[in-house]
Design a binder for this molecule. Sequence first.
Ligand code: SAJ
Length: 441
Amino acid sequence: MNLGKLRQKLERKEARLAVIGLGYVGLPVAVLLAETGFDVLGVEIRRERVEKINRGICPIEGVEPGLADLLAKVIASHKLRATADYADLKDRDVILIDVETPVDEQNVPRYEALHASLKSLGPVLKSGALVIIESTIAPGTMKDIVLPLLEQNSGKKLNADFYLGNCPERVMPGKLLKNLRTLSRVCGGMTPETAEAMLALYRHIVQADLDPADCITAELVKTAENAYRDVQIAFANEVALICEAVGGDVWKVRELVNKSPGRQMHLPGAGVGGHCIPKDPWLLAYGVKDKNVTLRVIPAARSVNDSMPLHMVELLKDALAGAGLELKGSRIAVLGYAYLEDSDDTRNSPSEVLVRRLRELGAEVVIHDPWVEEYHGEVMERVRGCDAAVLMVAHTAYRTMDLNLLKAALRTPLLVDGRRVFEASRAWAVGLEYWGIGEAR
Ligand code: SAJ
């Protein structure tokens, strides 16, 4: 089938679609496309996940408004079906690929899942099909990895026997469906006509701008937008360190800086976690690994943000010293283990770095998090008898905590606040010694 015919089938919702990888990105997009009336096949290697989805049960943890109901609806209407068998892809006109693309300890992308999906798809790829990579990938990956892998494994030629594009996802846990519907998307095609055909698909589910582009642009935009956020956060963190050293209050400084036109100083804090921001700057950097380009700002920002949980350890050491205590032998309550407020997601959590370091230094650590199953419990019970409370995540449950009860529960009344959840004056008023990131002692 040529691209013009495929575009018409997409406009009429007659094209048969597939999504490879039914995770927190792939599943919502499969559900939304099925809801608009497309016939959608979901391909997922985890068989237990396939079974669950085909029973109309949503396998995604956490609060995702509307997703479970919509999944049940499109399974019941047979608009969506899941399978672990790649052979089922042979009649699919458009295949979206939403597999993980992490980076390793050396900040090198690990494309095993992407390689595996392309190698399995190749032999069953239908002639005239359009393949769209939605995973976040380093600039140059489409040309240097995806295209050769698909041609080698399918025996087909790009733009003669199949078409190829990159449309990076822009979702966030807790708002998967909302983000998919309301955030603009860059539709990068290997040809302008391919990008136009991609618009015909995404127009059915995206109520925001759809920007046609080439693949390198799509790869650059996604990784740069998250590197931008990482650099902005690192700047705020560095100003916080300056404020601590010279007796300033970074929160007041930030408020007044942001009154200046065109300033948008981000929030300093106890660290930067999650599945996007810590990873995507390294994907962007990887795009120039063999080029004669020296990166300074992007790696430096990562280094600043990665150091913040360790800065929390230094604040805690100073707080304990003021009370005549050392970390070794102290009992420390860590409040918050998720990477983000009011989320159960612990991927790349700054608290993980903090807890490991505290234990290395001989402290006894108790952890509480109202959202993370393993650390549920009554917070004051968890804090009882501890020499300090270290607040790592601005969960709503902590914002509403009674500081009198906290003071009464602690053996030593020290509060180290990594997210400016509390006003120092409120803490001091109940007898807590308050140490806040970015604030003078
Ligand atoms: N953080 C700060 N200071 C800030 C903002 C965030 O320290 O000013 C920390 C958070 O505590 C967290 C980490 O950074 O540990 C990441 O927070 P985030 O708000 O960026 O949330 P993420 O990781 O879910 O980022 C996603 C990204 N979305 C995609 O990649 C599709 C990001 O591009 C979005 O800007 C963000 O969601 C969002 O704002 O929705």
